[in-house]
Design a protein around this ligand. Structure first.
Ligand SMILES: C[S@@+](CC[C@H](N)C(=O)[O-])C[C@H]1O[C@@H](n2cnc3c(N)ncnc32)[C@H](O)[C@@H]1O
Length: 286
């Protein structure tokens, strides 16, 4: 087995090749300053494959019979998956206090479709599920679907288990923790989301630049994903969301993200100091 520390840092030429491959396959744009970060992340994959040089790994990908499968593994180690329950909690307050009641009053077909795009390890879609359960009286007899997607297979596996601890659950209010999680008897630091929460979210592999988007969404969450893309990919992404959202829909993006100079299709509405966007044609005003 290759020692992690024995694999040297990428040289400039290797960095350029991998950065280009990652960009073409995922839209993730790695600046030159990310050379150490990329070296460290790739080392994990080299170690798993018992390969001791980046050049050899690059050739391995190019010659691998199922190249797409190895690229999935490459993107899995390269992607940044930081997330936690109730991240930017004001957005979930806006969801529960404004968006869900608004949709409940407007939608006559009694279906609610929510997409968490770039869901990582599942904290975001499960937080959405909890918000819906907290106002479930509005949705009696409704068909509710939360589609949660990501490019990294390992985070999707993690999410499906629904087991969390430490920082991931730090922001969950104690009453909510008690109501929607069970504490593991053997490992008391581990909390598992209860079945009624878990069953609301379905996890799928979806590359935002290679796969078609789900249709007729009422709400899309795509938070802290756009920051990894360049302007061209951000524009493509947001145009895709506009197509995917229903007329009365809502788009939630991250606190450090903006649609300014990316899309004219959406209107910014400030809900509880949270960046929320609605399709311009919706005429939705708060
Ligand atoms: C920082 S996490 C954000 C998690 C969550 N949305 C949040 O805000 O807490 C970004 C996620 O986007 C995913 N991602 C990056 N590029 C992607 C792409 N092209 N298609 C789908 N998911 C992608 C990553 O794998 C990662 O899990």
């Amino acid at each position: 087995m290759i020692e992690f520390g024995n694999i040297k840092r990428l040289n400039e030429d290797e960095f350029k090749k991998f950065a280009k491959l990652v960009y073409e396959e995922s839209g993730i744009f790695l600046k030159d300053s990310k050379i150490t970060l990329l070296s460290n992340r790739l080392r994990k994959r080299l170690q798993a494959l018992d390969i001791d040089s980046f050049r050899e790994y690059y050739d391995y990908i190019q010659n691998f019979p199922d190249k797409a499968k190895e690229i999935e593994q490459l993107l899995d180690v390269v992607s940044t998956n930081e997330t936690y329950f109730f991240r930017n909690e004001r957005q979930f307050e806006a969801l529960e206090k404004y968006c869900l009641p608004d949709l409940a009053s407007k939608k006559t077909d009694k279906t609610l479709k929510i997409w968490s795009a770039g869901c990582s390890t599942g904290e975001e879609p499960y937080t959405i599920a909890i918000c819906i359960l907290e106002c479930q009286h509005l949705f009696a007899g409704w068909d509710i679907e939360i589609i949660a997607t990501d490019i990294a297979p390992s985070v999707l596996d993690f999410a499906r288990k629904g087991e969390y601890s430490g920082r991931r659950i730090e922001k969950v209010p104690p009453g909510i923790l008690q109501k929607y999680f069970t504490r593991d008897a053997e490992y008391p630091e581990v909390y598992t989301v209860k079945d009624r929460v878990r069953k609301m979210a379905r996890f799928y592999y979806l590359n935002l630049f290679k796969n078609p988007y789900p249709k007729n969404m009422d709400i899309i969450f795509c938070r802290n994903v756009m920051i990894y893309f360049d302007r061209e990919h951000q524009k493509r992404l947001v145009a895709g969301f506009h197509n995917s959202l229903s007329k009365h829909g809502y788009l939630f993006i991250g606190h450090s993200e903006t649609l300014h100079s990316i899309s004219e299709d959406f209107m910014y509405v400030k809900l509880l100091d949270s960046p929320v966007y609605v399709p311009r044609e919706s005429g939705n005003e708060f």
